[in-house]
Ligand binder design. Structure first.
Ligand code: PMP
Length: 380
């Protein structure tokens, strides 16, 4: 074996020994027999006929791909329509679509901070924001989860003129909500810009699913920028940044994941636009997903989550795996997060609510969950 193969094999053995091997999880498609409480299709829109129709029509009209980057010939009327409706729905002056939410975070952060600037980041932000910090070449200060005093002290004592503060509005694994209003106030006082990733909040939190920034009355605030994804509540693929027209114009010019990337695929844009219209016209879906989340929380004896993500802390990685296994055997798919995916080293089950769960499915889910947790905790 070559040294390269040896190296890969050693890494695989170390992962296996630590019980940390990751495996791809297949979805069986239509007629799936597992009840999925691990995905992010919070409003049940990924399979909605209107959303599928939106994708099909967009592909028929615009083709399989955007054919070029947005600054060459890849800007479609469909992109403009999606951006206008995203901005109108959330109350922000403007929106810019990216190929993924990951790209949106990379673009927003690296476009708004660079060498000589400061980024203050909550310890639990998504990997895309972590990577964005690394790419930015700014000085990065990581603060404890929701530690407002640390954020304020870091901003107050900085040498850099320009600073960004990065948080998620609803945290992807912990499921809790950031104190957005307080953070925005601190940022305003210290002349910093707050970047809020609303990936898990759009469609599930804030008025009519408009997110926590809208809920705090901060849409349109000059120093608040929102990032998000089209791949969760909107059941499609892609991402976006919301903010002032000046922020949008700046990112169009300098955000490398925007400038050098092919425009968002027409089918993805069309599906997202159709889903956004369903969300706007059927706000009862937002209430439904929150009701399901509250029922799951009750079954798991955890506090009611801020939106659709339920996080159940487990005493060990083994207990988390055992509980997930009991769920799987009973036909329930839940997420199982272990180090290194959890920065604080606490293994967790991650369950997600879906608005379209039937009463019977919800009863099965809550019963199974209670049993799985009792079994795993007794066996540890
Ligand atoms: N931000 C957060 C908080 C996320 O959870 C995710 C997706 N896991 C992303 C950004 C990236 O979004 P996308 O999947 O559209 O790339």
């Amino acid at each position: 074996m070559s040294r390269f193969s040896d190296r890969l094999a050693a890494a695989a053995r170390a992962r296996e020994a630590a019980g940390l091997t990751r495996r791809l999880v297949a979805r069986s498609g239509a007629g799936e027999d597992l009840l999925d409480l691990a995905g992010n299709d919070y409003l049940g829109l990924a399979g909605d006929p209107r959303v599928i129709e939106g994708a099909v029509r967009a592909a028929q009209t615009w083709g399989g791909g955007a054919r070029a980057s947005r600054l060459v010939t890849g800007t479609l009327a469909l992109h403009a329509e999606l951006e206008a409706e995203l901005a109108a729905f959330t109350g922000h002056p403007s929106a810019l679509a990216f190929s993924t939410g990951y790209h949106a975070n990379l673009g927003a952060v690296t476009g708004l901070a660079g060498r000589g600037d400061l980024i203050v980041s909550d310890a639990h932000v998504h990997a895309s924001m972590v990577d964005a910090c690394r790419l930015s070449r700014a000085r990065v200060a990581i603060t404890g989860h929701h530690d407002l005093e640390a954020v304020e002290a870091t901003l107050a004592t900085r040498a850099e003129a320009h600073a960004l503060v990065l948080v998620e509005s609803v945290y992807s694994v912990l499921g809790d909500a950031a104190p957005v209003a307080e953070l925005a106030e601190i940022c305003a006082r210290h002349e910093a810009v707050l970047v809020v990733d609303e990936a898990h909040a759009l469609g599930t939190a804030g008025p009519g699913g408009r997110g926590l920034v809208a809920g705090a009355g901060l849409s349109g605030a000059e120093h608040v920028v929102v990032t998000g994804t089209l791949s969760k509540s909107l059941g499609s693929q892609g991402g976006f940044v919301l903010g002032s027209a000046a922020v949008r114009e700046h990112l169009v010019n300098v955000a490398r994941p925007f400038v050098y990337d092919t425009g968002l695929a027409p089918a993805a844009a069309g599906a997202a636009l159709a889903a956004l219209r369903v969300l706007r016209d059927e706000p009862e879906r937002v209430d439904a997903v929150r009701h399901v989340a509250a029922s799951l929380a009750l079954a798991a004896s955890t506090p009611e989550p801020a939106a659709a993500v339920l996080s159940v802390a487990m005493p060990s990685a083994a207990a988390a795996v055992a509980a997930a296994q009991v769920c799987a055997e009973a036909g329930l798919r839940v997420g199982c997060f272990r180090p290194p995916s959890v920065p604080d080293g606490i293994s967790r089950l991650r369950l997600t609510a879906r608005a379209t769960l039937t009463d019977a499915e919800l009863a099965t889910a809550t019963g199974t969950l209670t049993r799985a947790l009792t079994t795993a905790l007794a066996a540890r």
